[in-house]
Every structure is written in structure tokens, then in C-alpha cells.
Design a protein around this ligand. Structure first.
Ligand code: F6P
Length: 501
């Protein structure tokens, strides 16, 4: 691989590339120069350069829904026109930015914000709120930011026990505005406001929404000037850059939200403009493809050595597996490869959990080690602790790469276990934005390499459909449910058992 060695990477072997100050070191991928050449040739044969042009040009790359995937426009701070169906979308995007900023200045005396949404309407803002809370010296408006996703009332009860109803604001976030968990949780929160003595006028003042389905949102009762729109051309799991990310601006200020967008925008420009051989998302995608071809890997792990990024693997799971967890390609035929299982959690904690499997398990599981140069607190112990955190990260990667021989087979580490090292200069809104956009663009590249449409999710629908007759059977209380077109004998027996308790 040709590499751009600059002052940031000059100490690293010729396997490190820097973009937007984020270093990607693939030294432990164990991929030779000849193999990289083949991989870049494969990327050209799969028309990756044209695919990248098509994404940014708003071509309908989400072919099953005949839509573009234009989330990059949401962070296009340069406002260069992005034309869709003959119309520039940037004025509408910029209008939402203005409204977000205005809201940040308007909300005074708010103690609690309840953000109601699930999946892509939850993970992104939840991750960002958690991650940025650890940024030393970050401006914070000090609201309690609650995320309500689960239909399980345990989450609802926990939040409502803490929130002060008269100074709470509620943001209902749903692209479709048809998601059952979200609408039921929203109704429960409105009932709680009523029961707490708020008048209808006060409730209307407290309710906000972010959606691509404005009519349904109005029917629910959210006032038009409290609705922040986004658009069909933004996939739910790619939507944190829209007003779905409102909590980031409300908690940390509009400038911080803007920096988050700026980091992502910078990564987009890199993805769009860098040659394949220097393109971080493309290189990461090709490294994974190589490991699939070579080791038939079925899983990979993302381990951020940053407690603040503990939510990152959960966000990534939806991004990767909802985008590319498919067996059928764009041509309707079975694909050779698709998304491996993705998992992970913050290091060094993760080392004390499942790293045994990485080192000595029979499966090869590639790892993305994500580290941050600067300590992530201002405690007087920060530097000493941070050195230990980094040492652990480097040590694990080295141990996995080389392994260790021993006479006792139990003590043998086979080695040759591939990993990337991603190094952020520091953890702040800008680099968080860059990191998320790096993975979004990597997922899109993988989809293109595998010939998968990364922007639909037909596989999530069937279970939702079946849940309806099952819920009806459960609420009937009957212990005599028989198997039918929607409920099989096993499930009927389970329902009857539940109804008997
Ligand atoms: O069920 C999956 C899904 O459709 C995700 O793709 C989406 O992020 C989530 O549900 C929530 O959808 P919505 O934002 O429309 O409520």
C-alpha cells in the first residue's frame, strides 16, 4: 500500500495513513504489498470510485426504495449545492440548522429532556451525549438528558422517577412516526405530564418532534413549529447528523454540534476525494474483505480504548448489521460475503471478558483497536492511567499479531490475528464526528464491494408483523389459543402458558 507519511505518522511503518488527523495503521493486518495491490484492483473492478461519485451525487443507490443516501448533505457545512430532483436540498438543511441553534438559545430553565426514539433514532445521539460528557472542559447546559427507547416500562419508570414534569421537554424522534415502541412511550410520557398537573397548553409547549413524517406527527398533537423535519433520503441509522442529534446541541451548545458535523464533513471530503490507496474507509473495507477471503471470518470486534466510547460498538452494530446483514445482492442473487457479526466494548474492561477467545479461540476475529492520544479527564492521575490504557491497547494488538510458542499446548498463542489501530488525536466533537463518518463510509464501501444495498432493512419487518396477532392473543387472556396462519404450535403453547399465570 502506498502511504502518505506526514509528521503524524512518520514514526510508523509504511502502513499508516492519516486523514482528518485520524491515523489508521494496518501493520498488523498481515497483508503484503502484492495483496494490497490485488485488493485495490478488486475495488476498481467493483467500480468503487464510481460508487463514491454516485453517493455524493444523490444517485438512487438505495435501489429497493429508489432513494439516494444523502446523509452527507446533513453535514455539508460548506453548503455547496446538493441537487436532488432538480432542487438544491441545502437551503432546507440549513434552515433546520438555524432552528436547532435558535432552540438552544430558547430553552432556559429546562431541567430534563426526554428523548424518545429507538434504533437509529436513539443510538447516535445517545453515543454522542455519553462520549462528549467526558471531554475535559466541555460547555454543558447541565440538563438531565434521558433516552427512552425500550417498550419495557423499566426504562420509562426509571426516567419518570427522576424527571421534574414542569421543567421537562420531550422530543419524539422517529423517521417513520409509526414505530410502536416510540408512539407508546410518547403516549405514556404525555399521560405522565397530564397526571402531573400540566395543562394542555403547557404540554404542547413541552412537546417536540423530529421526523420525516410530518403529517402523522401533527396528528399525534405536536405543533407544527415544534417539528424538525428530516427527509426520506436519510436512513434512520445515518440520521444523527439531522435534528435527530438535537440533544447534542441542546446539551453542549450549537457550536459543539457544528464541530461534530464539521468532523464528519471533513471525513466525507476525504472519502470523496482521496485516491483508493489513501482512502481510510476504503482501506478498512478492503482489509475486512481480505480477512473474509483468507480466514472466512464470521465476526469482528471494535474495541475503543476510551470509556467514553462504550456506546460506540452498539451504534456500530446497527450501522453494520442492519446495513449489510443480508444474503441477497442488488442483482437478486445470493452474495458471497456480507456483514460479519460485530461486537465490542470499551477496553481495557473488554480484555477481562472475551479477549481469551481472541487470543486462543479457534476462530480468527479481526479487531479495530481505537485509541485516543490525549487522556480523557483532568484528574491528576490522568496521564499515568492513560499510559497504562494505551500500553494495554498496544500490547494486545502485538500479542494477537505474533502469538507465542510454548511447550505446553495450553500456553501457545497462535498469533497471526489481524487488527487495525485507529488513533484519534483527542476525543472531542470534531473527532467523534470524523470517527462515525469514517465507519459510515466504510459500511457503504463494504456494501458496494459485496454488491449489497446497504440502505434498506427489509429483514426487520416480519417480526413486527407477527407481534401484532401475538399481542392480540396475549391480551385476550385465553388459554386456548390454537395454531393459525400467524401463530405456530410452539408459540401458541407459549402464549397459553403465559396466559395461565
Ligand atoms: O426496526 C428497525 C428500524 O426501522 C430502524 O431502521 C430504525 O432506525 C428504527 O427502526 C426506528 O425507526 P423510526 O425512526 O422510523 O422510528
Amino acid at each position: 500500500m502506498s502511504s502518505t507519511l506526514n509528521k503524524n505518522t512518520s514514526h510508523l511503518p509504511g502502513t499508516a495513513i492519516t486523514a482528518v488527523d485520524v491515523v489508521l495503521d494496518t501493520a498488523y493486518q498481515n497483508i503484503s504489498t502484492a495483496q494490497w495491490k490485488k485488493l485495490f484492483t478488486a475495488a476498481k473492478e467493483a467500480a468503487i470510485p464510481q460508487f463514491i461519485v454516485d453517493i455524493f451525487a444523490g444517485k438512487p443507490i438505495n435501489q429497493s426504495e429508489n432513494r439516494p443516501a444523502l446523509h452527507s448533505a446533513l453535514r455539508n457545512l460548506s453548503k455547496t449545492p446538493v441537487v436532488l430532483d432538480g432542487k438544491d436540498v441545502m437551503p432546507a438543511v440549513a434552515d433546520v440548522w438555524r432552528r436547532i441553534e435558535a432552540l438552544c438559545n430558547k430553552w432556559v430553565g429546562v431541567t430534563d429532556v426526554i428523548h424518545i426514539g429507538i434504533g437509529g433514532s436513539d443510538f447516535g445521539p445517545r453515543l454522542a451525549i455519553e462520549a462528549l460528557a467526558h471531554v475535559p472542559g466541555i460547555e454543558s447546559h447541565g440538563m438531565r438528558m434521558h433516552f427512552l427507547a425500550n417498550i419495557d416500562t423499566a426504562e420509562l419508570a426509571r426516567i419518570l422517577a427522576k424527571a421534574l414534569p414542569h421543567s421537562t421537554r420531550v422530543i419524539i424522534v422517529s423517521k417513520s412516526f409509526t414505530t410502536l415502541e416510540t408512539s407508546m412511550n410518547a403516549k405514556a410520557v404525555v399521560t405522565w405530564l397530564k397526571d402531573s398537573g400540566l395543562t394542555n397548553r403547557q404540554i404542547n409547549k413541552a412537546l417536540y418532534a423530529v421526523t420525516a413524517n410530518v403529517p402523522a406527527t401533527k396528528i399525534f398533537g405536536v405543533e407544527e413549529d415544534h417539528i424538525f423535519p428530516f427527509w426520506a433520503w436519510v436512513g434512520g441509522r445515518y440520521s444523527v447528523w439531522s435534528a435527530v442529534g438535537l440533544p447534542i446541541a441542546l446539551q453542549y451548545g450549537y457550536k459543539t454540534f457544528e464541530k461534530f458535523l464539521a468532523g464528519a464533513h471533513a471525513m466525507d471530503l476525504h472519502f470523496r476525494d482521496a485516491p483508493l490507496e489513501e482512502n481510510l474507509p476504503v482501506i478498512m473495507a478492503l482489509a475486512l474483505l481480505h480477512q473474509q477471503e483468507k480466514h472466512k471470518i464470521k465476526a469482528y470486534a471494535a474495541i475503543p480504548y476510551a470509556d467514553a466510547l462504550d456506546w460506540f460498538p452498539k451504534w456500530l452494530q446497527q450501522l453494520d448489521m442492519e446495513s449489510n446483514g443480508k444474503s441477497i445482492g442488488k442483482d437478486g442473487k445470493a452474495v458471497k460475503h456480507s456483514s460479519p457479526v460485530v461486537f465490542g466494548s470499551a477496553g481495557s474492561n473488554a480484555q477481562h471478558s472475551y479477549f481469551q477467545l481472541f487470543h486462543q479461540g479457534p476462530e480468527i476475529i479481526p479487531i479495530d483497536f481505537i485509541a485516543v492520544r490525549k487522556p480523557m479527564s483532568e484528574r491528576h492521575e490522568a496521564l499515568a492511567h492513560h499510559r497504562i490504557l494505551l500500553s494495554n491497547c498496544l500490547a494486545q494488538a502485538q500479542a494477537l499479531a505474533h502469538g507465542k510458542d510454548a511447550t505446553n499446548p495450553n500456553d501457545v498463542y497462535p498469533g497471526k490475528r489481524p487488527s487495525n489501530l485507529l488513533l484519534l488525536p483527542e476525543l472531542n466533537a470534531f473527532y467523534l464526528g470524523a470517527l462515525l463518518a469514517l465507519y459510515e463510509n466504510r459500511v457503504a464501501t463494504l456494501g458496494a464491494l459485496w454488491n449489497i444495498n446497504s440502505f434498506d432493512q427489509p429483514g426487520v419487518e416480519y417480526g413486527k408483523v407477527l407481534a401484532k396477532p401475538i399481542e392480540k392473543a396475549l391480551s385476550s387472556g385465553s388459554q386456548d389459543i390454537q395454531a393459525n396462519d400467524f401463530i405456530d404450535a410452539v408459540t401458541a403453547a407459549r402464549i397459553n402458558f403465559l396466559n395461565s399465570q
